[in-house]
Design a protein around this ligand. Sequence first.
Ligand code: SF4
Ligand code: SF4
Length: 290
Amino acid sequence: DQAQPKKPAWIRVKAPTSQGYKDTRDILRENRLSTVCEEAGCPNVGECWSQGHATMMIMGEICTRGCSFCNVITGKPQALDVFEPGRVAHAVAKLGLNHVVLTSVDRDDLDDGGAEHFAQTIRAIRHRSPEATIEVLTPDFLKCGPAALETVVAARPDVFNHNLETVPGLYPTVRPGARYFHSLRLLQRVKELDPAMFTKSGIMVGLGEDRQGVLQVMDDMRAADIDFLTIGQYLQPTPKHHRVDRFVTPEEFAGYEKAAYGKGFLMVSATPLTRSSYHAGDDFARLRAA
Ligand code: SF4
Ligand code: SF4
């Protein structure tokens, strides 16, 4: 194995200490909720939680897939908790969130991939916090029929996000259980089902892709009518995970952002620490105000 490249100065993360961070953590713990912020070891947790932003992870902490970049445990998941949608809605109200990001592990063990549970959670949040905007970051529902996706779209989230994660050539090593064109088609289908719904996707860079490959993914996304794009640096969660091929410079990220706007995306976040849900609420509020 080649040595990992050294972490550059621009990947700097402050240890979380603020009161806002602790308040968010306490509300999440009281309601027994998991977050991607913790499960994925997200570098932005101090900043996001201190501002009351968190990405809730529903349907348990065990995933049926094993993507090589991801820190979530692979295995046989727990049974669905029918009270979870209510607990999520309670926590959202208590945290006073105006934008909620809701995601999950992959549930290839369930016939509908967990679509109905997603829909119930969206409805429970709407009921408790009608003003909050809701963004879902869903699995690919690869093993389900078309009804699964339709169930989630019918619950009318404001933003439908599904990450392509990387360029197609790296799928066999990075995202072995998934199919690039299936994921692309999923997002295109969301737009066909509800043209008013915003669609969003993201990739990580530094996994071994090249610039041309990233530009091609952008073109594919625009051909599928995807509105929002996120691009962030891949960071290796543990030495067992996919290696970091290189650290993409802030200047290269700025170049990606410029190219993406040029291709017609409505909203782009491309920085080393960008994550799928980073500043999602602020960006969305800005867009709606424009
Ligand atoms: Fe959580 Fe997303 Fe913020 Fe990371 S960027 S801490 S996953 S809300
Ligand atoms: Fe992680 Fe999602 Fe892949 Fe599961 S499907 S291993 S949660 S990235």
